[in-house]
Design a protein around this ligand. Structure first.
Ligand SMILES: *[C@@H]1O[C@H](CO)[C@@H](O)[C@H](O)[C@H]1NC(C)=O
Ligand SMILES: *[C@@H]1O[C@H](CO)[C@@H](O)[C@H](O)[C@H]1NC(C)=O
Ligand SMILES: *[C@@H]1O[C@H](CO)[C@@H](O)[C@H](O)[C@H]1NC(C)=O
Length: 331
């Protein structure tokens, strides 16, 4: 039996107690809710920040591109997503197309800039060392390193590569030579002058080096990339692509990380108008200055390289691939 003031509680007090208990329970569950919310926020916040920063970086680097600037599609646009290295074929029929992958690539520019630095030892640390055209190693080891894994050569430089083959090719067992040129020079029916030279060389050097060339589809793709990046059709705008263009594309396809040595940024010549660095490190000093040549070509109406524009484009690609610029640094 409940007495009014004994074992039982007054209805008002009972209500108060129920209110207190319910309030406490509510308070506890609210606190747990807030705590968990904070916890999950802490868990995903860094990932979100990183993603936002990435998008921001891409936006930034896309800002001045005349192509569709708001998309986050990769630069350069891939040639073939499932088979990135397709389109580099062996000049000897029935041999396998190019297959190569490197964790770290050192891409060594042919610019006289390399002589201003002694990056040779650092370059040699890279798993793969990429050189261009007939740029030598012998006599320049302190600046450009000693090893060559891949040499990318243009149709115009092929004769020089061939002339210096004892030094550039024969010494480098296991070397990969990749050549590019306009379709008529690469015809495989006996009428392609550069193709003929390449296949003769490949047969002569046997298994010591592998010689590849770009297919016509690859060549057309390189032009398409130029148009997409600059908004100007390559050919009708009077420009030639440089070997650096083809080499940078190849590097983005086969290297996890690309360390570029001796390449100047698009701002360099404006920043250092008195700069007298020579165009090629292996040319004699009287053969012209890199910045003079770059400026002349940038404004040339016909048959001109857009070296400076290409550098602007490379800095955009650096946001999509692991590319860093050394000696001189671009920062
Ligand atoms: C875009 O161009 C403007 C003016 O031409 C320049 O000031 C700015 O730095 C450029 N931005 C990027 C991200 O290249
Ligand atoms: C990409 O390469 C794969 C394998 O070589 C091929 O089957 C496919 O057709 C290629 N795709 C394009 C768009 O060229
Ligand atoms: C670039 O690659 C190096 C070596 O794998 C790595 O340490 C670095 O974090 C990478 N940087 C970016 C921005 O991915």
């Amino acid at each position: 039996m409940f007495s009014e003031d004994g074992s039982g509680l007054m209805p008002a007090r009972r209500l108060l107690l129920i209110g207190l208990v319910a309030g406490f329970a509510l308070f506890v569950s609210f606190a747990v809710y807030v705590y968990q919310g904070e916890l999950t926020t802490q868990l995903w916040k860094p990932a979100l920040d990183a993603a936002l920063e990435k998008v921001h970086l891409r936006r930034l680097s896309n800002q001045n591109s005349s192509s569709t600037s708001e998309d986050d599609s990769p630069h350069p646009m891939p040639f073939n997503v499932t088979d990135p290295l397709s389109g580099y074929v062996n000049v000897i029929k029935d041999r396998e197309p190019l297959k190569m992958h490197c964790n770290v690539c050192a891409m060594v520019s042919s610019s006289g800039q390399v002589l201003n630095h002694e990056a040779g030892a650092e370059i040699d640390k890279a798993e793969c060392v990429i050189r261009m055209n007939d740029a030598p190693v012998t006599g320049f080891e302190k600046h450009v390193g000693t090893r060559t894994t891949i040499r990318v050569a243009s149709h115009t430089s092929f004769q020089f590569v061939n002339k210096k083959k004892a030094d550039l090719l024969v010494k480098n067992k296991g070397l990969t030579l990749v050549a590019w040129g306009p379709d008529h020079s690469m015809k495989t029916d006996g009428k392609g002058r550069i193709f003929n030279g390449l296949s003769k060389l490949a047969k002569e050097l046997g298994d010591d080096i592998d010689v590849y060339m770009l297919t016509p589809q690859r060549m057309a793709y390189a032009d398409k990339v130029f148009e997409k990046e600059t908004g100007k059709p390559r050919q009708s705008s009077g420009s030639f692509l440089s070997t650096g263009w083809f080499t940078m594309i190849l590097a983005t396809e086969m290297c996890d990380q690309i360390k570029v040595y001796g390449m100047i940024s698009d701002e360099y010549c404006k920043k250092y108008p008195q700069d007298e660095t020579r165009y090629h490190y292996y040319a004699s000093a009287g053969n012209g200055h890199e910045c003079d040549l770059y400026k002349r070509h940038e404004n040339g109406r016909k048959n001109s390289h857009r070296f400076i524009t290409e550098k602007t484009v490379f800095s955009r690609w650096a946001a999509f691939h692991n590319v860093s610029f050394h000696s001189p640094s671009w920062h």
